[in-house]
Ligand binder design. Structure first.
Ligand code: TYC
Length: 108
């Protein structure tokens, strides 16, 4: 990671030292998005939102209904690796249960 150079300073020993201020940046964030379809049961979607996104039943039901009526909705916002892992886990879980439910990610 780049460090911003600030002017060299001469300390008591007569030695030139350079100090630099650490630059800390936030990692890019990604929204994990659930897509609507006509076949996945509502109860299954609510379960997915509770299990993989730690939503309580009420919040999971709200998100499911948002996706059902608007076509897609955000389940959570994570760093790239966590978002990729959620997408893979949800899509594998849905396929295992033979539902067409699809999850994807978008830059936040
Ligand atoms: N539209 C589905 C139904 O009527 C329910 C559903 C909601 C499916 C959200 C997917 O991401 C989804 N059974």
């Amino acid at each position: 990671m780049a460090r911003k150079q600030i002017p060299a300073q001469e300390h008591e020993h007569g030695v030139m030292v350079e100090t630099s201020k650490p630059e800390v940046t936030r990692p890019p964030l990604f929204q994990v998005v659930l897509l609507n379809d006509d076949f996945t049961p509502m109860d299954f979607v609510v379960e997915v939102l509770q299990v993989f996104f730690a939503l309580n039943r009420e919040k999971a039901t709200q998100v499911m209904l948002h996706v059902h009526t608007r076509g897609k909705g955000v389940c959570g916002v994570y760093t790239r690796e966590v978002a990729e892992s959620k997408v893979t886990q949800v899509n594998e879980f849905s396929r295992l249960h033979q539902h067409p439910l699809l999850c994807s990610m978008e830059k936040a």
